[in-house]
Design a protein around this ligand. Sequence first.
Ligand code: 13P
Length: 259
Amino acid sequence: MDKTNRKVVIAGNWKMNKTPIETAELINELKPKVSQADCEVVVCVPFVDLPNASIALEGSNIKLGAQNCHFEEKGAFTGEISVPMLKSLGVEYVIIGHSERRQYFAETDETVSKKIKSALNGGLKVILCVGESLEQREAGITFELISTQIKIALAGLSENDLKNIIVAYEPIWAIGTGKTATAEQADEVCGFIRNLISQLYDEDTAKGFVIQYGGSMNAKNAEELLDKENVDGGLIGGASLKAEDFSIIVKAASEQKYV
Ligand code: 13P
């Protein structure tokens, strides 16, 4: 399939790092380094950092993202943040279903599905995370698991909805471990996801669908991963906290040779 149909998206997931002041500092360091990027650049910062990030990003080519949202617009949900709240701060993207949320905060495929609908209704773009644990990979159920995660997450959504969704394939065993999936492993699962989108929707939708890889992507391995036919970008944790490293990944994505 022709990669030129798709835009490359490099998103930083800062996780629970950086105070509001540190956020403005990191963004100000990052802005000039990625101003020439020939790809979409996103930073997904902690909720409390969003106002400062929004101000620091003004007039730049970097888009603002959040790392979670609630599926209701408002109400008695102590400690939660809704999509309209995020929108009001200039947020364009929201990560949904990250494995850390599934693992530590009881996120299920069902809540993921509700959150995606809420985000799309509220005008946000979604980065939907899927991925298997090491035990699941070793048990040979990677494809089955990812297929279930995606089918439930996307249930009831139209081809048009899919234009505002990116899937990030993040093998849990590669997150924060320094153990990256090989470029072949990443491409294999991303290709599987594209095939699944083609079966669930149609070939054109699958051709235009953006699929990222995430899990220990860094300045050294980004080029090889991003060169793969089915890898359309990256969701980057640790390396997104260093302006220099993140900008090298953005550069690798911008210079990527289309196959
Ligand atoms: P690392 O890049 O730190 O492995 O994190 C990946 C990730 O979870 C991005 O969402």
